[in-house]
Design a binder for this molecule. Structure first.
Ligand SMILES: *Cc1c(COP(=O)(O)O)cnc(C)c1O
Length: 411
């Protein structure tokens, strides 16, 4: 018999970002023509810079009093911690499933990350959170809604209130998401968003802090490097708050550029349609994955109003070398999955055992076990129903092929 190659191919390059909308490109051109790329510039009376407009829009979108745009979400997290009063040497709780810039931000503030276990469904383990809060005496929690997975925020907030813990939310993947009808980024004392290319808004690099706390906002503005031009900020606290901080806040030069703000602004209006499209793809692939015997999908709480900009699933019954083979087979067919179980972390994967700079060894065995079999797929807005079908079929065929190799070996 002649072997016919009927293998499904996946025909979308997941590493490729979307082109920017025309409106963003036009504004960028205009700005470049003016040379005013620094966010602080001579303004006409009543004129708002692009950065200030972005701040106003973010504050409005989240229903918070203040927003501060900076150069990245990692910097925003650092500034939020620093401005919330976290001091060098302080323990800071953080869920073990997160991206490298998150423990990095804690380290940047001179504080010590205290790793909290996550569940098999990628959210913070509330029992471990209570236990670690007690043992460490930490007065801050940096909760990362990693890859868009939202913990039970009612429980997290209750626990933080009970223990006097300041909650800072990492919303790098949850712009447009919510819990029980309330937006993520409105539960903590402050929240940080990312404008980096692979998040929900692409300005290359950028981050935004939102808060209702006037002193925190003013400190973040001054720390970010506003010189005495803080008056040009969009959603900012009153002058008196800045006056009271005069001379006490070092300038860390972590400003957003006017260009990044200009690129981000028009994209905010496109977000609802993009979210609808990504969620449709997410649900289609998830439904198909539920039908594949070896795959364990990540269950979402019905109260979680997620944005499906990426999808995770576990294949716990495979051996590590089989996971490697599975990854390879998918990649051969054009589907670039990521795997959190690589011995050496690659690309945007990250896990606690790779943060070797942490001074005290902190074991989070349940999180490590979960991450060892966790796969990850980007879901860009460009993904069509046809692509969803292709992706699920590639995954299914690769696992079926792996199993038949298994059967042949063990018979
Ligand atoms: C990307 C990301 C960050 C950091 O964002 P940058 O803007 O790249 O600094 C933080 N947390 C999570 C969960 C992320 O995915």
């Amino acid at each position: 018999m002649v072997a016919v190659d009927t293998q499904q191919m996946f025909e979308l390059d997941l590493t490729k970002p979307e082109p920017l909308p025309e409106s963003a490109r036009d504004r960028a051109h205009e700005l470049m023509g003016s040379g005013r790329l620094f966010r602080y510039t001579e303004l006409a009376p009543g004129e708002l810079s692009d950065a200030a407009q972005l701040e106003v829009k973010f504050a409005e979108l989240l229903g918070r009093s203040y927003a501060v745009a900076v150069n990245s979400c990692g910097a925003a997290l650092f500034l939020a911690l620093r401005s919330a009063g976290v001091r060098p040497g302080d323990p800071v709780l953080v869920n073990a499933y997160t991206l490298a810039p998150v423990p990095g931000a804690i380290e940047h503030a001179g504080a010590t990350p205290v790793l909290v276990e996550v569940t098999a469904n990628c959210v913070i383990d509330l029992d471990d959170l209570a236990a670690k809060a007690c043992v460490s005496g930490a007065k801050a929690l940096l909760l990362s809604h990693m890859r868009g997975h939202i913990s039970n925020m009612d429980e997290v907030v209750r626990l933080c209130d009970e223990q006097g813990i300041t909650l800072i939310e990492d919303c790098a993947h949850t712009l447009g998401a919510g819990w029980n009808g309330k937006s993520t980024g409105t539960f903590g004392r402050a929240a940080c968003f990312s404008l980096q290319t692979f998040k929900h808004i692409n300005s290359g690099e950028g981050g935004v802090i939102v808060t209702d706390d006037a002193e925190l906002a003013a400190k973040a503005i001054l720390f970010s490097g506003s010189y005495m031009l803080y008056g040009q900020h969009g959603a900012r606290p009153p002058e008196s708050v800045f006056e009271s901080l005069r001379g006490r806040i070092p300038n860390y030069s972590l400003r957003i550029t006017a260009l990044a703000a200009a690129l981000a602004l028009p994209q905010l209006d496109l977000l609802p349609a993009r979210i609808e499209r990504m969620n449709r793809s997410y649900r289609q692939i998830e439904t198909r994955l539920r039908g594949i015997p070896l795959v364990v999908v990540i269950e979402r709480d019905p109260l979680e109003d997620y944005v499906g900009s990426s999808l995770q699933f576990r294949v716990p019954s495979l051996l590590p070398e089989q996971m490697q083979a599975f990854l390879h087979m998918c990649r051969e067919r054009g589907l670039g999955l990521k795997w959190f179980g690589e011995t050496r972390t690659e690309g945007f994967t990250s896990r606690p055992s790779s943060w070797e700079y942490l001074t005290d060894t902190q074991l989070v065995p349940r999180s490590e076990e979960m991450l060892a079999c966790l796969f990850d797929m980007r879901i860009p807005p460009a993904m069509t129903d046809q692509h969803c079908h292709q992706a699920a079929t590639v995954i299914e065929e690769a696992l079926t092929a792996l199993l038949s190799i298994n059967d042949a070996t063990y018979q």
